[in-house]
Structures are given as structure tokens and as C-alpha cells.
Design a protein around this ligand. Structure first.
Ligand code: ZN
Ligand code: ZN
Length: 309
């Protein structure tokens, strides 16, 4: 099954025929931009309290707070008609906010400037990275962003990646939130990339109050979530050989879903086990679980915005 993006009104007119696929459970959640960073900030504060990663989590908390300030003080007003982007992808079969369908302009760079200006003073190493990033030309920064969006992480210094991705994500999440889009299930097996922006997921999540059999992949860039069936590898689509690790109890709120077929894993978070679970924050704070899963020979397919490769 593949998730295909369609304009909102089109699905509504076809609703009767689409509901047979997965009942009334939505296939797609676009980000709620007003609460996104507030929820993340408060979860990061909570998780950072007794964590061996407390310093780094505190730094990420500061980024999340700044992202929230950005969406309030410098909201994105798209110059393109967002509906056109969706109509266009119906013909081309790509994601509406992918680079192919929606070329990157330089608006995100004002976000980057805002962020790095306020992140100065954390420590010498970060200050040095910020000074060097500030000295780059607009074109150089645009090239770095394009590398990241194309998944070419080795082309970008690690410290730059964090700041650039945080700015890009804040920009793309606002665009995604404004898309007059919904989704339908289509034939095919392509679901490991975000149907809105074509980035990698961070992890998958089973929502509180949702049907227990439904889980969603959470996008590491635009923060949209799309439906994927349970107990099936999100990387290679195999369902045999999928098993779970957790650090402590059987009913842990966060586990790794490991696949013997492709030797990959992705975290899965269960909000019924912890209603306050916020998937990006919880994925970051459970690094020990990554270490243990990697020791067992599995490689992560998810991408956390705060832990870019
Ligand atoms: Zn996305
Ligand atoms: Zn697999």
C-alpha cells in the first residue's frame, strides 16, 4: 500500500469509496504547528531531568523553544499556491513539498540566522561552529541545505547540519500544516519516505485514543505523519522476522522494531504506555536503546533532527 496525496475536496467527494480501505482512521496527519514545539519543549525538559544526555537535551530544548518563537514571530506565508503543488504531484507522482516539485527558496535562511544568533554562548565548540556558519555566503548555505534535503549528509559538517535542519524543518512544517491536502491509499509498496516532503521518518508512533492497530511514521523534516501497517518492516516491507527490543519492561513506551530480513530497525513509541510521549524527544532520549539494538547487529533507518548522521 502506498499513501498518495490528493487535494482535500477530491477525497471528500470520493470518501465513500475510500473508506473501505482503512475504515475511518486517517491516513495522514499534518502537523499542528501551534502546539508542535510547545509539546516537544515540555517533553524534552521532562526527559532531560535525569538523563545522562542532560546537557545535550537542554541544548535541543533551547532549539525547540526558538522554533516555537519563529512560527509565532516570522510565520511562513507561501508565495506559491499550495493547492497547485498537490494537483501537480497527481500527474508526476512525487511528494508535494519534495525538491523536485517545490524548489527551495532562501526564506529558510532568515530562520537559520534567527536560530544561530540566539544559540551563541552555549559552549566554545558550538560558538566556533556558529561563527563559521555565519561567515558562509547565502549560496554556500543554500548548497548545504540542498545536500541535506537530498540525504547527502556526508557533504555537510555535522554541527552545520543540526542548525540548518532545524531551520529547514521549522519552514517545511509550517508549509505542511497549510497544505490543503489529504491522502488516499493506493496500490504499491512505497511508504518509507514522507508522502509530503519525501524525507526519512524519525520513528513510528501509536497514538493515544487511536485504534491500537494503527501506527504512523513521523517525518523528520516536515513533521507530518502517515499510516503504515503494524508488525511489518517499514524499510523492506517484510513481516516475517520482525521483532521488538526494549530496555526494561515488556510494555515499554518505546521499543525498537527490528527486521531480520534487512537487518534494519526503527523505534516505535506507544502513547497508551506513556500519554506524554513525543516521538522526536523520546527517540533522542532513548539513545541507550539504539546502542543496544546496534550491538545486536541492526542499523537504524530513522533520522532524528537532533541526531543527524
Ligand atoms: Zn515530511
Ligand atoms: Zn526489513
Amino acid at each position: 500500500m502506498t499513501i498518495r496525496i490528493v487535494p482535500k475536496e477530491q477525497l471528500e467527494s470520493n470518501y465513500a469509496q475510500k473508506t473501505s480501505v482503512v475504515g475511518h482512521t486517517p491516513l495522514l496527519f499534518l502537523p499542528h504547528i501551534k502546539s508542535l514545539y510547545i509539546t516537544r519543549t515540555s517533553r524534552l525538559k521532562q526527559l532531560g531531568k535525569d538523563s545522562p544526555l542532560a546537557d545535550y537535551i537542554a541544548f535541543c530544548t533551547q532549539i525547540s523553544e526558538l522554533q516555537n518563537e519563529l512560527v509565532k514571530s516570522m510565520p511562513v506565508k507561501p508565495s506559491t499556491d499550495l493547492r497547485d503543488l498537490i494537483v501537480n504531484v497527481q500527474k508526476q507522482g512525487c511528494a508535494p513539498l519534495s525538491l523536485t516539485n517545490f524548489p527551495l527558496n532562501t526564506l529558510w535562511q532568515s530562520y537559520l540566522d534567527y536560530l544561530i544568533e540566539r544559540l551563541l554562548g552555549h559552549n566554545k565548540q558550538i560558538d566556533q561552529a556558529i561563527v563559521e556558519l555565519k561567515a558562509k555566503t547565502m549560496q554556500e548555505k543554500q548548497d548545504l541545505a540542498t545536500h541535506l534535503l537530498n540525504g547527502e549528509f556526508d557533504q555537510v559538517p555535522k554541527t552545520d547540519s543540526l542548525f540548518i535542519w532545524s531551520a529547514l524543518s521549522c519552514y517545511y512544517a509550517q508549509l505542511a500544516a497549510q497544505l490543503p491536502a489529504t491522502a488516499e491509499a493506493d496500490l504499491g509498496e512505497t511508504r518509507q519516505f514522507c508522502p509530503i516532503c519525501h524525507s526519512h521518518p524519525t520513528a513510528s508512533i501509536v497514538h493515544l485514543g487511536g485504534q491500537a492497530s494503527f501506527r504512523y511514521l513521523h517525518c523528520s523534516l516536515c513533521e507530518s505523519e502517515w499510516y503504515v501497517p503494524r508488525v511489518k518492516c517499514t524499510n523492506c516491507e517484510e513481516s516475517s522476522g520482525v521483532h521488538y527490543y526494549s530496555l526494561d519492561k515488556e510494555l515499554a513506551a518505546i521499543k525498537t522494531e527490528c527486521c531480520d530480513n534487512c537487518q534494519s530497525y526503527l523505534k516505535i513509541g506507544y502513547q497508551d504506555q506513556d500519554p506524554e510521549l513525543e516521538i522526536i524527544a523520546d527517540d533522542l532520549a532513548s539513545l541507550l536503546l539504539d546502542e543496544e539494538t546496534e550491538k545486536a547487529g541492526f542499523a537504524k533507518t530513522g533520522l532524528n533532527p537532533f541526531l543527524l548522521p
